[in-house]
Design a protein around this ligand. Structure first.
Ligand code: AMP
Length: 304
């Protein structure tokens, strides 16, 4: 049994009010698979890079027990490159560069050894590629989580709606939930989105936490107030990776386990923003994660 993560493996250049990086390793699948690896030791990645991608970076994923058999290396081509600059409040950013390079014609290959996939994380990519992955996994996984963004709502809505109808959990931010549903109230937005296919919806609200919707139930997870926020890049992917990694670890899909999964995903995301890029989430200990989760518990515990 395994957890398959698909998404970008990339170079990023990031600028925040606290500093600037040259090309560093990023990508949705990098963040998500690293986060998941703290909970589950059969994480397998499907992605594509160019021959400019350092082999030691792939070796580092392998050190986290992440299987990279499905990571294609295209000779003579360049890896996906993204550059972004955050505004002073760190809640919004401008994309400065998106060089698709190898992602332009990405044909995801699912190795035979990945056909035992029980948990599937579809990281942010074209809805078409996400559908291709679902169709190439012969036995329908127990849980399919989809992460997407407003960009695909703008340019490929029909394809996106089709993908959304095929999955179990959708993770989007509050602005995207409003755009997708045409509703301002997040409760009404969630009701509408839950009729589009997924049984569960997670609405991420950045530094204000996340909401989980299922049938007529709602769970609100706080975000930890942090003294140091250096770089929010990848926080959403890290959240999603931690979420599905925890679900794979417990193995049973239900609302209660998802509540815990959201807290573990939020804990991983809170580490992610404390340093640039993937730096912080490469070197965590189980003890650090456990004590961060306890901080979440105490943050919102009260007695009547
Ligand atoms: P997030 O901050 O959660 O939106 O994720 C940021 C990561 O997504 C960066 O590491 C980028 O490399 C990657 N990324 C940005 N734009 C795209 C895109 N259009 N397709 C795939 N990955 C992207």
């Amino acid at each position: 049994m395994s957890l398959v993560v698909i998404g970008s493996v990339a170079f990023d250049a990031i600028e925040t009010p606290f500093g600037k990086t040259d090309k560093i390793v990023g990508g949705a699948a990098t963040y998500a698979s690293l986060a998941a690896s703290y909970f589950y030791d059969k994480v397998k990645i499907v992605a594509v890079v160019g021959d400019d991608f350092p082999t030691e970076e792939i070796a580092d994923l392998n050190k986290h027990k992440i299987n990279t058999e499905g990571l294609q290396v295209k000779q003579g081509e360049k890896s996906f490159f993204w550059a972004g600059k955050y505004h002073n409040d760190m809640n919004s950013r401008d994309t400065l560069v998106t060089d698709l390079n190898v992602l332009a014609d990405f044909d995801p290959i699912i190795p035979a050894s990945y056909q035992d996939c029980e948990f599937l994380m579809l990281g942010n990519l074209t809805p078409q590629v996400q559908q291709t992955v679902i169709s190439r996994i012969k036995k329908r996984p127990k849980l399919i989580v989809l992460d997407t963004m407003n960009f695909w709502m703008d340019i490929a809505l029909d394809d996106l709606l089709k993908t959304i109808s095929m999955i179990d959990v959708l993770t989007i931010n509050d602005a995207e939930a409003r755009q997708l549903s045409g509703e301002y109230s997040l409760v009404k937005a969630a009701r509408k989105i839950l009729t589009m296919g997924p049984a569960y919806l997670i609405i991420k609200k950045g530094e204000h936490g996340a909401l989980l919707f299922h049938e007529d139930k709602i769970f609100a997870a706080p975000a930890l107030p942090l003294a140091e926020v250096f770089d929010p890049t990848g926080a959403g992917d890290t959240f999603a990776g931690g979420f599905i990694g925890y679900m794979a670890k417990v193995g049973t899909v239900n609302f209660n386990n998802m509540k815990n999964a959201i807290i573990f995903g939020s804990a991983l995301a809170s580490f992610c923003v404390e340093k640039f890029g993937t730096e912080k989430i490469r070197n965590l200990t189980q003890q650090e994660i456990a004590s961060r989760v306890q901080e979440f518990v105490s943050l919102s515990r009260f007695e009547l």
